[in-house]
Design a binder for this molecule. Structure first.
Ligand code: SF4
Length: 251
């Protein structure tokens, strides 16, 4: 019987870098429409994207910027029209308000330019840690990891961070393990991997390219494989005292 107690929620750096190398060669940079353009558009795209599928965010984003292509035009926009344009996203009424508030703030406080520092970004109305990191990573190409749903699920299953970690704890652990070079692409890689294989529900562990580096105890069940065959190869026993913790099966 597979002994879950020997697991520890820790992955060593070498293995994580191997995972990134395997996945990095598999995925090319392929961003959704709402985060592939300039910093202001990326910021608005982030505001629209929370708790919404990328496909729906892209529809709202395209409609909004087709009608109001610049910051100036958005500042003069009718709030009711903005609300209608972003209707495809969840919580569209609140988000329409946030979009206009953020645009106004950027114009008044930063002269129309999105700030490049995390601290300043967090002061923009509606921008939280995840949005700030997405803007830094995608729009400014800075080495900042944005722990979105996919990054969180994948990194917790791989053992890079523990199921109880907060946003900041998970971000710090990922940033500590990866090299600066990888940090620039880590979001792309883990998001693509999360969408293709390591889905929150029904992950495709049976065909996962990094199965042997994954520390998620449920992977054998998900892949319908015999755990005993793999014991001693990928399951490390150091820090066994951590094993007393019951892993979160929902991830
Ligand atoms: S083995 Fe399964 S849980 Fe682990 S990384 Fe692969 S898809 Fe995700």
């Amino acid at each position: 019987m597979f002994d879950r107690r020997v697991l520890c929620w820790h992955v060593d750096r070498r293995n994580f870098l191997k995972v990134l190398r395997i996945l990095g060669s598999r995925y090319k940079r392929d961003l959704p429409a709402h985060i592939r353009e300039d910093p202001f558009r990326t910021m608005i795209g982030c505001l629209l994207s929370t708790r919404t599928l990328d496909e729906r965010t892209d529809i709202a984003y395209t409609a909004l910027f087709s009608r109001y292509p610049t910051l100036e035009s958005l500042l003069a926009a009718d709030p009711e029209v903005v609300k209608e344009l972003v209707r495809p996203v969840n919580f569209y009424a609140t988000k329409a308000k946030r979009v206009l508030e953020a645009a106004s703030y950027i114009s008044k406080v930063h002269g129309g330019k999105v700030p490049r520092s995390r601290k300043c970004l967090l002061e923009v109305p509606g921008i939280g840690p995840k949005c700030a990191d997405i803007i830094l990573n995608y729009a400014f190409r800075k080495a900042a990891v944005a722990v979105d749903t996919h990054v969180e699920v994948v990194s917790k299953r791989l053992g890079v961070c523990s199921p109880e970690d907060s946003y900041d704890e998970a971000k710090k652990k990922i940033e500590t393990l990866a090299t600066k070079r990888e940090l620039g692409r880590i979001n792309d890689i883990l998001v693509c991997f999360g969408k293709e294989f390591c889905k929150k529900r029904n992950p495709k562990c049976n065909i996962c390219p990094v199965f042997f580096y994954c520390e998620w105890p449920e992977k054998f069940k998900a892949a319908k494989r015999e755990p005993e065959r793999y014991q001693g190869t990928e399951i490390r026993t150091k820090r066994a005292q951590d094993s007393a913790k019951t892993p979160d099966k929902s991830l």
